[in-house]
Design a protein around this ligand. Structure first.
Ligand code: ZN
Length: 150
């Protein structure tokens, strides 16, 4: 019998909760944010549970950000974005909602924030998310020559 956990990301990683996966390897999963700022908003999550960035091994942080850049390229291509934000919140004071470290990769458009505020989050259907995830997944480059995705 599986160990139950209260962490939603650990539950998704263990297959105990639904999530729309974009990418997975030995160390990380990438999944669609259920409430995207823009379509294509993806979360990159280490498979092992770390509460925040400062509790992660430094080499794993390095690989996570290499993967974030690789994913960002695929996301921008897939949803034809004009740019993207990388976001990483640590602690309640910084608006970290899920206490399992994750990087937000948020595609942006030239005119998506006329008032300078973040675009409001959308509620996306699982079908929409799965369609975008498939497109992003196909756009992810093969592991770079440095082999950092191993
Ligand atoms: Zn967790």
């Amino acid at each position: 019998m599986r160990k139950t956990t209260l962490c939603i990301f650990c539950s998704i990683i263990q297959g105990d909760a639904p999530g729309v996966l974009v990418y997975t390897d030995n160390e990380f999963v990438a999944l669609m944010d259920k409430y995207p700022v823009n379509y294509g908003h993806t979360l990159l999550v280490p498979k092992l549970h770390y509460n925040d960035l400062l509790s992660m091994p430094i080499d794993l942080i390095g690989r996570m950000y290499c993967m974030a850049a690789n994913l960002a390229k695929a996301i921008v291509l897939s949803v034809k974005a004009d740019g993207f934000n990388l976001g990483q919140n640590n602690g309640r004071a910084a608006n970290q909602i899920v206490p399992h470290v994750h990087v937000h990769i948020i595609p942006r458009y030239n005119y998506d924030s006329p008032n300078g505020n973040w675009p409001s989050r959308k509620v996306a259907s699982l079908v929409e998310l799965a369609r975008i995830a498939e497109s992003i997944s196909k756009s992810i480059a093969e592991p770079l020559s440095s082999g950092y995705l191993q």
